[in-house]
Ligand binder design. Sequence first.
Ligand code: SDX
Length: 446
Amino acid sequence: MTLARAVPAPSGPKKVKTVKVVDSETGAEMAELPVLTGTVGADVIDVRTLQAQTGLFTYDPGYTATASCESKITYIDGDKGELRYRGIPIEQLAEHSDFLEVCHLLLYGNLPIGGEKEAFAKGVTYHTMLHEQVNFLFRGFRRDAHPMALMVGLVGALSAFYSDSSDVDDPEQRAIASYRLIAKMPTIAAMAYKWSIGQPFVYPRNDLGYAENLLHMMFAVPCEPYQVNPVVARAMDLMLILHADHEQNASTSTVRLAGSSGANPFACIAAGIACLWGPAHGGANEAVLEMLEEIGTPNRIPEFIERAKDRDDPFRLMGFGHRVYKNYDPRAKIMRETCHQVLDELGVRDEAQLKIAMELEKIALDDPYFVERNLYPNVDFYSGIILSAMGIPRTLFTAVFAVARTIGWIAQWSEMHTDPSQKIGRPRQVYSGETERDFVPVDQRG
Ligand code: SDX
């Protein structure tokens, strides 16, 4: 069964006009650069000929204003707080779709029709098992190793087991690797959890849906049947949808950069997992729960708000702020609503953390410091509360994020490989170190 299907390829942004670079002292024109446009969002200045025309580079630490690629996958309007996967608003997908359908949308550009959903689901389902030798890799890790350390190591190691889907220039091998990664990430995440609690691994089941399978592999034990709670399964499916893709965020850019060298897909996704782990990125969901626990009671919130505003204090309000959203993260809105529903339906009465989170949000959003900087709750602010209520251990929060984001990384990596303008990523720098100087023998130094 061929799995390779057309992945929409970038067609090259259209030139709409040019802009000139003029020396403000002499008035001399230094360069004329094309302005390119997409279908929606900011136009871009194409600086690819800037150095040739002027000898100058651009300077943009953290790429705050730099488009690294053309993409057709996800669009964010940070000012309006809008997120769309292949043009469909996240709110509609959250309400009407499911994660595997969203995976098909992100990868192939459209929601599945006819038998496409069943074929895609079957392709994923029949790749959920891991090579049995992978089990032995766990034995090299301490039981208390962070699950993300296992995820990075194990996903990177998959290239040693699946070399028949590592040729990035073969669309069929790219497709097989894509299915393998989407399918095996839940299995690896669940095994990392089982390893940490000393329980036996639970194999995936082909009769369960994607989110159900993840929960079953995490919480079932060989001694008795385990029934996945449908409320938890639906909440998990929703979490996966909300975390699936997000334009050129740090971990996706890491995957693209690794992929630009021709690295195999498993190594690229392992690089993305490593980047996602950072507390400023996907690790924030775990950090939010730690912060809520440290705050402890609503009357301590002002103390932490003041610390977050203090430039000399490294403390930041975890789950707040975003490079792109200067409005409410639409995923956080959906998750805040889901929080109440999941807590109510699961009868989780300990809403202390939720109460602190909502009070923290209310106070912060009234505080000029946060308002002036457009700091709103992001995807990580409420996700930890829901995951906790679902029984997911805190150390696994970012691993669940990685399971969800794998489809985004894969879709972006696949798109990169179909982009005719694709080159190996190699940023430049502004050098401010020593000018040329000679080596000094050790007896003449000092
Ligand atoms: C994710 O990019 C993505 O799309 C990521 C993501 C995805 O789906 O892939 O959305 C997932 O990573 C969400 C973000 C999760 N991280 C956190 O919640 C950690 C806390 N947030 C911050 O570390 C920060 O807001 C970032 C890292 C998210 C964004 O940082 P930026 O864009 O570099 O903004 P900045 O650091 O330049 O901050 C601008 C100002 C600064 O103050 P001033 O220098 O102007 O005085 O806002 C302040 C910052 O000090 N600020 C905060 C703050 N976030 C920014 N102050 C207190 N608490 C915060 N959380």
